[in-house]
Write a protein that binds this ligand. Sequence first.
Ligand code: HEM
Length: 403
Amino acid sequence: MPTEQGNAQDSSRPAATRFGRRRALLAGGAVLAAGMGAAADELVRDDRTVGRAATGAPSAETATPFHGARQAGVTAPQQPATHLLSFDLPKVSAATDRKTLRGVLGALTRTLAAAASAAPPDPRLQSGGVSRLASLVGIGPALAARLGLNVPASFGELPSFPGDRLDPQRSNGDLFVQLCAADRWTLTIVAELVGAAAHAAGAVPRWTQSGFLPHTPPGTTPRNLFGSKDGIANPDRAAAERWVWGPTGAHRNGTVLVYRRIRMDVAAFAALPEGEHDRVIGRRARDGVPLSGTAEHDEPDIYAKNPDGSYVIPATAHVRLASPRFDAGARMLRRSYSYDDGPTDRGLLFCAFMRDPGQFTRVQNRLAARDALNPFLQHRASAVVYVLPGAAPAGTLGEQLWT
Ligand code: HEM
């Protein structure tokens, strides 16, 4: 199966054209007035950045539209900085809690739409530059079950995995917001506004987490703290429609985010002998090329063998065990970030979008059993989130939850 150009920016069309076309469609009003209909779907398909985790600044200095059939935090080019916020909803009664949830989703919609607009009301966001704020809002499985919300049938808690050392204080939650932007300043201000709005509407903060990417020239893949290019093998547009976005119906424009906070032992990995880094991942560390191929975006061939009969991509290599070939071709869209919470707590904020969280479970079970990366990793926090479809200009996030 052909893979998409990972984190590379789409070079087939200038960013200005992409964004200009999208804005023109948005301005058409009728498009989004049609809710999640065919026209809105066309808008999403027209955005060539869907399914891409492109980094680097688009050349056109335009704000990323908040409104759309799908939330910009999944579809917009991946930005260099992220901030995650998780909230709980106090338990009163089902009727009261449903009302509170409506209030919180309304407050988040208004706050995020205003913050992402070309003229944000908070003067601290009016620096003259464009923040490229892109956000997503979702809900957790416990809240969905408790309030009988309309979420995809496959959406539910993740099982625990061998080796998990999860901190409940940094895991899960009823409501989840991911902010992505060009700079840390924007994230700090918007996180403050989001926190205040959610709190005023009745939500209680649970945890927050910030993350970052290295500066990455357009067209290249960012590296993680082990130095590996990360996010190469991501779905192309057609594969994303099949494996990332929801099934036909109310959840078509929703998706599921699996978040794992994975501590990495950077020093121990760096101390591996020459060549071992490549064998642990199954790709060359210096340029990301699979051991079975010649170019970064070659599909790793997990069946290729050496003359002595051994696999070219070793049996315990990360990309072999994570290969979609073991899952009938199913692909997840990985848009991970690094984090640094002190010298002994650095690692990866694994963020992957998929239609069915069972896909994560299958891959993680294979990785937990024998991934050569395991000695260098500790899974310290986890969350699974139903990422809501986007909101039309006159609408509110989460309207599909009540149908
Ligand atoms: C800190 C932990 C992790 C590190 C450092 C890491 C690193 C990498 C690297 C370097 C690649 C190859 C380049 C690429 O295609 O992006 C890769 C691929 C991949 N990883 Fe991870 N990864 C981690 C955790 C996970 C987890 C928890 C999962 C899912 C359970 C996962 C799923 C995948 C998948 C699906 C691929 C693409 C395989 C393919 O299609 O070739 N990774 N990872």
